[in-house]
Design a protein around this ligand. Structure first.
Ligand code: UT7
Length: 349
């Protein structure tokens, strides 16, 4: 498939298996499951190491690695907006699924850094992909955005409202960071990841369940203090890191247990944990809690830093692309972010 600008998408999903044979042959209305037919990713070419950051802000590589596990991040160039990166990740996901524009009924972009207040980034992506039908909208749930978008797409597919849905996380947090604030600017990176979901057999592979939560009472511990509508304040990301850390450890543990219990499964059934990539210490704690060996936990935070709504689909695309995650594997995803919002998704790949 070609993008509207004539370029070919980069398929970052080499070596992965084809979609299950039952994908796309849904049964009666309601008796379907959303199958992860394809995955794709896009990362800006520019890589900034911790050492490079330490030249402009009072930090060290040792502090960042010890407290977060981050070693480098990709940062967007001027032309790399949320829609630009989302389009490329989406095109790669469609190529991986062997799907064309005609199969796309809906596009959902999870982003907190849209190109414009409106139209939605998803609509820009729709036009760039040459999709001329269906519907498209954005979801703002900060770092939980991909899980929220996946849950929304799953609902559309289960009810029969859509059969092919692109779910994309795309973020340019570099544009909302205060580059003088060492407590936040070292933590984030830019990028996009996407999945193409197809209606499939209710008893086959696909999304088993999703679990969403929000608690607005904690809205101020992780937020952007401005918006497009605030001329006085374009906005910077503000975070009370330790409070968010405490919330993440307890709420994510509960969300993971909730997903397994809802499906009558236990920790031992999980093949892969694909967590939101905020901090290696949180990820390690979750892996340990599930009794998973480190090699069953997909880790990208070391190279991507925290890409917010893009982090889970980026990690998924990497582990599917290099052949770690195989068809039939049980994949557990979880995320927590500004809102607070948090949630989990259990998927049979
Ligand atoms: O994606 C959404 C969800 N987000 C998260 O889950 C993030 C959760 N929080 C975290 O990951 C961690 O709390 C951080 C990585 C943000 C911070 O780690 P921490 O171990 O909680 O450090 P801290 O905030 O307690 O700071 C410890 C010290 C402070 O100095 P003093 O007061 O002890 O003298 C900070 O000023 O580290 C200092 N510090 C830094 N030093 C060097 C803070 N940032 C830096 C820095 N370089 N970049």
């Amino acid at each position: 498939m070609l993008l509207r600008d004539g370029s070919a998408p980069s398929d970052q999903t080499r070596g992965s298996d084809a979609a299950p044979a039952d994908a796309g042959k849904a049964g009666a209305r309601g008796a379907v499951r959303a199958v992860l037919a394809g995955v794709g990713a896009y990362l800006p070419a520019r890589v900034v190491t911790n050492a490079a950051l330490a030249e402009t802000v009072d930090t060290t590589d040792a502090w960042i690695v010890e407290r977060t596990g981050i070693r480098q991040r990709h940062l967007a160039g001027p032309e790399e907006t949320a829609s630009f990166m989302a389009t490329r990740a989406a095109a790669a996901a469609l190529a991986h699924a062997g799907a064309g524009a005609a199969e796309v009924d809906a596009i959902i972009v999870a982003t907190s850094t849209p190109d414009e207040a409106f139209p939605a980034t998803a609509v820009r992506v729709q036009a760039a992909l040459g999709v001329t039908r269906g519907f498209a909208f954005d979801i703002a749930a900060a770092c939980s955005g991909f899980v929220y978008a996946l849950a929304t797409a799953d609902a559309f597919i289960r009810t029969g409202a859509a059969r092919g849905v692109l779910v994309i996380g795309s973020e340019v947090y570099s544009r909302i960071l205060n580059w003088q604030d060492r407590t936040t600017c070292v933590l984030f990176g830019d990028g996009a990841g996407a999945v193409f979901l197809r209606a499939g057999d209710a008893h086959g592979a696909g999304i088993l369940s999703t679990h969403l939560h929000a608690d607005g009472r904690h809205g101020d511990i992780l937020h952007v203090d401005g918006a497009v509508g605030r001329r006085d304040r374009p906005g910077h990301l503000m975070m009370k890191g330790q409070e968010v850390f405490r919330q993440a450890v307890t709420k994510l543990a509960a969300a993971v247990d909730e997903a397994l219990a809802a499906n009558g499964l236990t920790h031992a059934d999980v093949d892969w944990l694909v967590p939101h990539q905020a901090n290696r210490r949180i990820i390690d704690a979750m892996g340990k809690r599930l009794g998973l060996p480190a090699e069953r936990v997909v880790l990208t935070v070391d190279r991507h830093a925290n890409t917010s709504a893009a982090s889970i689909p980026l990690a998924l695309a990497e582990a599917v692309g290099d052949g770690r995650i195989k068809r039939g594997d049980l994949v557990l995803m979880e995320a927590l972010g500004g809102g607070l919002t948090w949630g989990s998704a259990l998927v049979r790949y």
